[in-house]
Ligand binder design. Sequence first.
Ligand code: GLC
Ligand code: MG
Length: 566
Amino acid sequence: MRAVIAFGVAILPLVIGITWKPPEKATDFSLYQIYPRSYKDNDGDGIGDLRGVIQRLDHFTESNIDAVWLSPIFRSPMVDFGYDISNFTEIEPIFGTMKDFEDLLKAAHDRNLSVILDFVPNHTSNQHEWFKKSVQGIPPYDNYYVWHPGRMENGTRKPPNNWVSAMSGPAWEWKDERQAYYLHQFGSEQPDLNYYSPEVKREMEAILRFWLDKGIDGFRIDAMKYIYEDQRLLDEPLSGLTDDPNAIEYTQKIYTTDLQSTYDILPTWRQILDEYEQPKYIMVEVYSSTSATMKYYKYGADFAFNFDLITKLTINSTAADIKHIIDSWYNTMPEGSTPNWVAGNHDRSRLIKRVGEPRARAVTTFVLLLPGVGVTYYGEEIGMTEEYISWEQTVDPLGRKSGKANYQSTSRDPVRTPFQWNNSVSGGFSSNYHTWLPVNNNYKTLNLADEKKDKNSYYTFYEKLSKLKKSTQFKQATLVTKVLDEYVFAFARETEKHGSVYAITNFGNKASTVDLSVFDNIPRKLKVYYATADSKVLPWKSVGQVRRVTMPARSVVILTTLDAKF
Ligand code: GLC
Ligand code: MG
């Protein structure tokens, strides 16, 4: 979408914005993802733990966080760093004890902080007792996983079909002892559970109840779309994108993802959560088409994570692109549901790596000031960056599997480095000089303690915006989105009685002066709530009654009306 310049005025072909009014009882809060291995190490072994989280609960209060989601803390051989669970109702000793968890939950609740746990229903670790018994063919465990003897081709045994694992390579692994292949949609150490077994369903329901009985506030459901597979075990159609049968994108996953039965299991889990005192949340992790993703709302999820700011936004996005990304979610979401915004997580490259520091502030503005749940991946609030990690230091199974030549494009290690608290040993993360992943070298200057003292720091900016988000009146404010120039996107949050907020972002490499009078009823005078260091808010222009703001390249300006009570 290019701006047309006529008579020195930028005329934009797309200035119509959406208007979205949050429902009366809008679910709108700040959610923080803790990657427990990397948040805070209390016992000095170089790996984060639950006592470390307890020690640093103040950080959430100060950052206006309402809920924390802990990536898996359950018993695990740690092949996939906790996403391979060998006991769903025990705490992994690396992280601490059940008592530590109970203390954490109590301390969090005392601060009005909700605690969300990671529920990983698709698979277990191959070290889980269920799997060990399944391998031995002991009922009912024999049927807990997906087994098949394979097919014979010219006298050689082959896997039952062409399914590919999400970690690349065949989704089937031969087990001599059982004389059969088992299915694993992720790593071979992560066998898929067989949800056609009623016992498996009951086991998983009992796990939900176990944690709900402890008083937790909900679950993030891991890898939801992979739960059920089509029982006919037919070959999947080829995507045509690659000839490599081991590549993740080799097949179109029509028999292994987003099956109707996968949707149908969600209401049975919702029902369990609804037996408890509300609110209890279900947030679903799915990377799928918009329609497949939206469908999870209808089946009982509070929301499916909105990954569009990760998967669709790029460094070259125009204002029209950004507006489209934002408008689409509000427009396609079923009525009355909870929108949400995510800029990063433990699987995707860090926000700053993707779009650079100044633009990242625009994205954080979307995450925190658009209506709905705003998700912060640990470290995003201080603008953590990625660090080069050598092949020798690489521990992520996805990276290891790719080999020395290719690991850098797949390894998730760089986005999982320890949180940078201050400029002391290991960035204040651990008393140990040796940490499970190296602390980013920039910790001496990029760390929370120093950023708190700097009025231009990422954290100061984050804290300011998170405070706005926390305001009850602000949560009720209507959203209006506008394209102001080729790279200048703006949105308003308007209320009738409590004032309004205008957020203007320039994603482009050039400064641009924009006219804010495209927002209806914009008052003559506004206060600057936040402005990128060198931006200039021009005075009200006497002729033409145009409110103009000069936006430097890659900048953010946030204005409020004088009567704003946020
Ligand atoms: C999800 C997790 C990822 C993990 C995978 C397998 O996608 O976010 O980290 O490797 O599931 O459990
Ligand atoms: Mg599955």
